[in-house]
Write a protein that binds this ligand. Structure first.
Ligand code: NAG
Ligand code: NAG
Length: 254
């Protein structure tokens, strides 16, 4: 009796271990990554090419992706042919669903416990709908769900990836972190939004100068950033920089 009981316990313990290892291996192979969108289009929402690059690099690296966006009105709608505001207004979740091919949930449903990492593409939506950076600068407000999500992932020591203007969200919500938005100098039009680097310093975070085909990893905070369209450059360079950011995020997934 005693013997078989021990054998049973031992066998089930081994089975447990095998099961745990299998689970671990499969989660390492397919990290669950949440992507947070802010609309559809560079001037009032998510930068479409950045969002697409993130999705391509995530799928190429075997990640399982879910997309989210806040269910709120946009700050405004911009007619992208001339860059002028137009009516009527649109909803951030509904517009983001265009990029997500319909598979998207309200940001209020995103919980860090269900994911290994979170990534925010850029575009003015990050500065107009996810925060008020475009209007208020360093005195900006951050959408409450965006703030909660950033703090949840950071608190759980799960990696956060951001590109283009989106790193201002981390700089504000997680002061003391290191992020890049490219250069703090315009360099003859290469970096048209170079003053953003100074804003990051004013929000008690640290700006790290990086080129568009590079990314910066703040290892202590597990935040990976790349300049993307903060730089006036060719699409393939944006795509490559984002590739490094995505790989950096996935390499930090436990
Ligand atoms: C968008 O802007 C273009 C250029 O100014 C203009 O011709 C067009 O009527 C605008 N479309 C809408 C729907 O506002
Ligand atoms: C129109 C509108 O509600 N815009 C919002 C976009 O997001 C920012 C940040 O949450 C809000 O402050 C704006 O009101």
């Amino acid at each position: 009796m005693f013997c078989s009981k021990t054998a049973f316990l031992t066998r089930s313990a081994v089975q447990c271990r095998v099961h745990a290892n299998a689970l671990h291996a499969s989660s390492a192979l397919s990290a669950k990554v949440a992507v947070v969108l802010s609309g559809c289009g560079v001037y009032d929402g998510s930068e479409v090419h950045e969002a697409s690059a993130i999705l391509v690099h995530l799928s190429r690296n075997g990640a399982e992706v879910s997309m989210f966006a806040p269910d709120i009105d946009q700050m405004h709608v911009v007619n992208h042919t001339k860059g002028e505001p137009m009516e009527p207004n649109r909803n951030v979740l509904v517009e983001s669903a265009r990029i997500a091919r319909g598979k998207i949930d309200a940001l209020s449903k995103l919980q860090a416990s269900g994911f290994d990492a979170v990534i925010f593409p850029g575009g003015f939506g990050a500065a107009k709908n996810l925060s008020t950076f475009a209007v208020d600068g360093t005195a900006m407000k951050v959408n409450p769900d965006v703030e909660r999500v950033l703090k949840e992932f950071h608190g759980a020591k799960k990696p956060i990836g951001l590109c283009c203007i989106a790193p201002v969200l981390a700089a504000k919500v997680l002061p003391g972190c290191e992020v890049t938005v490219g250069s703090d100098q315009e360099e003859r039009g290469k970096w048209p939004y170079a003053e953003t680097a100074g804003a990051i310093g004013s929000m008690d975070s640290t700006h790290i100068k990086k080129d568009v085909t590079e990314c910066h990893t703040d290892t202590a905070n597990k935040i990976v950033t790349t300049p993307a369209f903060m730089c006036e450059t060719a699409f393939h360079k944006i795509f490559d920089g984002i590739g490094l950011m995505v790989k950096g995020v996935l390499s930090l997934v436990k």
